[in-house]
Write a protein that binds this ligand. Structure first.
Ligand code: COA
Length: 148
């Protein structure tokens, strides 16, 4: 694998990112939903580029000083190489630049890789949302990193 770079998400990344979604989730974002999200003023999205294609993406939206992670995902064959961490760190960095009070996310408690990654980057568990996920049904763990 050659090195990867994290770039601002462009419309041209949406088809690849939709493939990342399909490979990662039971209810994936579509190419069109990614493009619609990109067009929103309150949205910040990043792509991880490797070997000429987007192999991962991350996104957040923000309002009134509060940031909320939309999703973070990496193609299975590119995991374990620091890409997910770089994509998450890009959201944290952007939150600081925007002077947000905090960045929050939901994650399945069973998703050990993601929970471990978020803790590594300073997110702390702040609560649960009962029955948040479907396919399979599961509570969400709420995690937040504070900047104030
Ligand atoms: C979660 C995900 C984005 C991590 O991406 P990744 O590129 O594999 O992660 P990285 O290689 O950057 O790893 C960074 C850190 O995450 C943690 N981590 C990653 N994979 C892990 C695993 N399988 N088990 C435990 N911790 C793990 C570790 O703390 C790791 O740091 P370390 O290498 O110093 O131990 C990736 O597994 C993924 O796309 N999963 C499917 C989609 C998903 O569940 N997204 C989260 C939705 S909330």
């Amino acid at each position: 694998m050659s090195n990867f770079e994290i770039v601002k998400f462009e419309k041209s990344h949406a088809a690849d990112a939709a493939e990342v979604e399909k490979a990662s989730f039971s209810q994936p974002w579509s190419e069109q939903s990614l493009i619609s999200q990109l067009e929103r003023d309150d949205s910040c999205m990043f792509a991880a580029i490797c070997c000429g294609k987007a192999v991962g993406w991350s996104g957040m939206e923000h309002s009134f000083g509060e940031g909320s992670v939309l999703n973070i995902a990496v193609l299975p064959e590119y995991r374990g190489k620091g890409i997910g961490e770089a994509l998450t760190a890009a959201l944290v960095q952007k939150s600081r630049e925007l002077k947000l009070d905090w960045l929050m996310l939901e994650v399945r408690p069973s998703n050990t890789a993601a929970v471990t990654l978020y803790k590594k980057l300073g997110f702390a568990e702040i609560g649960k949302r009962p029955n948040f996920y479907s396919f399979p049904r599961e509570d969400a763990l709420l995690m937040r990193v504070d900047f104030v």
